[in-house]
Design a protein around this ligand. Structure first.
Ligand code: GFB
Length: 314
């Protein structure tokens, strides 16, 4: 298959390079023969369409990875709906429209597995999009991400832009958010289990029932998939990116406890939401194109715990 997009000598803007995903994409692009562009939040507010257009007009990226987004765990999503809807719509609209106006040749927009209906058949295929009601805790974020997919499709159809969308499953890894109020489950449990072990305490509280099933992908695998798609994917339909394997939140807690060396047990807080009961991606389209994840969950959690100990642990 010929490579539709050659990275040699190209200027690739990674929007959101300070985040967990963007920083992983920057690390991954370091081994490619391209030039990586980044801009700090203080220098450019990505929600400002005029400022983004002016910056892109000056810097002239050939390709863009849209890794900039307001993200958070189940509680942050449920309690700040305006931020999750407005900020994400504004950021992606500014960047995608700016890419069209400045003649960007290739753009990869990153969404999330929460775009799919709450009760989508599992594993979730790409064509489940817009076939049923969303999970209420994150519908604001999901609506923004669905609009991002549609914006890429609209520019492709109306103007022939090579803009594609990738939907990663739940991600984790170095640079994750360990703030318990806003984090996702994996860093939250890692932080709580670490703190309990350090105090020889416990039990650790797990939100909800522990029975929801989630799929996790290490962010370095996601970054590798993004570069793969940047080079080779050029379709109207978005594509799922995941490991194709899931487990319960309780199983995740046990795995993290094993990595941390914690034996103090768990309790379950039924006042906190479970969210969607299961969110396993069907990754057969990505596999058929020749990409598979490499980092096993246990190895990825162990590596992330080492990163946490070196960078975040109190
Ligand atoms: O990772 P998480 O916050 O997001 O929660 P979602 C996953 C599951 O873990 C839920 C449970 O059932 C939580 O109730 N959980 C247990 C915990 N203990 C904890 C804890 O201490 N902290 C957190 N955060 N969860 C998000 C969406 O959904 O997934 C976003 O809200 C985004 O929009 C993201 O799509 C990938 O998987 O439920």
């Amino acid at each position: 298959m010929p490579e539709p997009f050659d990275l040699r000598g190209r200027r690739v803007w990674v929007a959101g390079h300070r985040g967990m995903v963007g920083s992983a994409v920057v690390r991954r692009l370091a081994s490619e023969p391209c030039e990586v562009l980044t801009v700090d939040r203080a220098a450019l507010d990505l929600r400002s369409a005029a400022d983004v257009l002016a910056w892109m007009g000056r810097e002239r990226p050939d390709a863009v990875v849209v890794a900039a987004a307001k993200v958070g765990g189940i509680l942050a999503n449920a309690t700040a709906p305006a931020d999750f809807l407005h900020d994400n719509l504004a950021i992606q609209d500014a960047i995608i429209h700016g890419a069209f106006r400045t003649g960007v040749e290739k753009l990869v927009f990153l969404g999330s597995s929460c775009i799919y209906p709450k009760m989508a058949p599992q594993p979730i295929r790409e064509d489940s999009l817009l076939t049923g009601p969303l999970e209420p805790t994150n519908e604001w974020y999901a609506i923004a991400k669905i609009a991002g997919i549609k914006l890429c499709q609209a520019y492709r159809r109306q103007h022939g832009c090579d803009f594609v969308s990738a939907m990663p499953t739940n991600l984790y890894g170095p640079g994750d958010n360990f703030d318990l109020r806003t984090s996702h489950v994996l860093p939250a449990l890692m932080g709580k289990i670490h703190a309990a072990k350090a105090k020889s305490g416990g039990p650790v509280e797990i939100w909800g029932s522990g029975t929801p099933r989630r799929e996790f992908l290490h962010v370095d695998d996601l970054a590798d998939a993004v570069v793969f798609l940047l080079r080779t994917y050029s379709e109207d339909e978005h594509i799922n990116v995941g490991s194709g394997e899931d487990g319960t939140i309780r199983e995740l807690a046990d795995l993290i406890a094993g990595v941390v060396g914690y034996a103090g047990g768990f309790t379950f807080d039924g006042t906190k939401p479970d969210g969607t009961p299961r969110k396993l991606m069907d990754v057969s389209r990505l596999h058929a194109r020749g990409w598979r994840h490499r980092i096993d969950l246990r190895d990825g959690v162990a590596a992330t715990y080492r990163w946490f100990l070196e960078n975040r642990a109190a």
